[in-house]
Design a protein around this ligand. Structure first.
Ligand code: PMP
Length: 383
């Protein structure tokens, strides 16, 4: 009899040989490391106004939501936050999910079906890719940020319905999608546009209202937005925003909403408090953008290849996954934590260091980060 775990052990060995093994690295509550890997763009995850609100929400509403949203998991706290979030982003309604991943899964699968043409950018986030796979729609993947290709695919469609799906800011290279042009193309072809604002809420648009707000298309009937509450808002959870008929449809058909326990009250309370901070301090969003531009300039001045950042994510193209991993490890030894993207998250030979900035980083810290990245890469390439 073969051991059912043998294929897993063999796969682990193959990963080891290819230098692709990932391991969890639990961090201490208070480490001295300069964190440039998190998505806490506004530095709100540990802001007392946010953490205290989480505690208050847990004490008042309970540690868990106690049930799915359609049974006991919708509290007045959830409803109040949904109204606040929709108002902030400029959409007529919003619906909270227990993660951004599930918001994408729920939105894409509920808004498509076997009669739908689904057009996705090749660099879309994994949650959108998984959603497309589950959707049973006819899927066409278009080249990165190629509006003309989207137009050609849409104009040749035979399906009754069409949905165009894109990240607003792409998570690997930090570049932005041409959402205004995509919307014009989608509208000309009677398609819905779904924009994942995971990396743009709190960063782009007026006061951090996101990319659709920046492009003047938030609240349009043929635009659906998804967000995560786990990046700029420093909490946990996700949401889908759009016309009330979209919310109504999701409540009735999105399995990722219906069969999942509602978002924990602490996370809702934290996200609501973070949103209030963002309303009161809109300069947080512009500070993140300025810090990303500053870091990008410094990295370029050190001779590194880094695409222009449109949000908080600054990528450094490295190529070889072994070099990327070794450089990230070296940086951590020096007290700087950066992200490392390698296959299967990116294509072969397209590995990157991924440095995310926060609103609270000072010029000194940015300079330390840029020279640290340069030194680490140089030491790995020319040991
Ligand atoms: N969309 C994008 C573009 C993301 O980067 C992420 C998170 N990495 C998600 C969706 C998923 O959000 P969450 O972490 O809240 O599940």
């Amino acid at each position: 009899m073969t051991d059912p775990l043998t294929p897993l052990r063999l796969a682990a060995e193959r990963r080891d040989h290819a230098g692709m093994r990932r391991v969890l690295q639990p961090r201490a509550a208070a480490d001295e490391v300069l964190d440039l890997a998190s998505n806490d763009y506004l530095g709100l995850a540990r802001d007392l106004r946010v953490t205290e609100a989480a505690g208050r929400a847990a004490r008042r509403w309970g540690a868990g939501a106690t049930g799915s949203r359609l049974v006991t998991g919708s509290t007045e706290l959830h409803a109040g936050f949904e109204a606040e979030l929709a108002d902030f982003v400029g959409a007529p309604s919003s619906l909270v999910f227990s993660s951004g991943y599930l918001a994408n899964l729920g939105a894409v699968t509920a808004l498509t079906g076997p009669d739908t043409l689904l057009v996705c950018d090749t660099a879309n986030h994994a949650s959108l890719v998984d959603a497309a796979r589950l959707s049973r729609a006819t899927l066409v993947v278009t080249p990165h940020r190629d509006v003309a290709a989207v137009g050609r695919v849409l104009s040749g469609r035979t399906q009754a319905r069409a949905v165009v799906v894109t990240d607003a800011v792409f998570s690997v290279d930090g570049d932005a999608a041409p959402v205004a042009d995509l919307h014009a193309t989608a509208r000309a072809n009677g398609a819905l546009l779904l924009v994942d604002e995971a990396h743009s809420l709190g960063v782009l648009g007026p006061g951090g209202r996101g990319m659709c707000a920046a492009a003047g298309i938030a609240g349009e009937g043929d635009v659906v937005q998804t967000v995560t509450l786990s990046k700029s808002l420093g909490a946990q959870g996700g949401a889908v925003l759009g016309d009330p008929v979209v919310a109504e449809h999701l409540v009735n058909t999105a399995r990722a909403f219906i069969y999942d326990t509602g978002l924990a009250p602490a996370a809702v309370g934290a996200a609501a408090a973070a949103l209030s901070v963002l309303r009161e301090e809109p300069e947080l969003a512009s500070r993140v953008r300025a810090n990303a531009a500053e870091l990008h300039g410094l990295l370029r001045s050190h001779g590194l290849t880094s695409p222009e950042p449109d949000g908080a994510v600054v990528a450094v193209r490295v190529g070889d996954p072994g070099v990327a991993v070794a450089a990230a490890r070296r940086l951590l030894d020096e007290g700087i934590r950066v992200g490392c993207f390698r296959p299967p998250s990116v294509p072969d030979a397209a590995s990157r260091l991924r440095v995310t900035v926060r609103a609270d980083l000072t010029p000194d810290v940015l300079a330390r980060a840029a020279s640290g990245v340069e030194r680490a890469l140089a030491a790995v390439v020319n040991p």
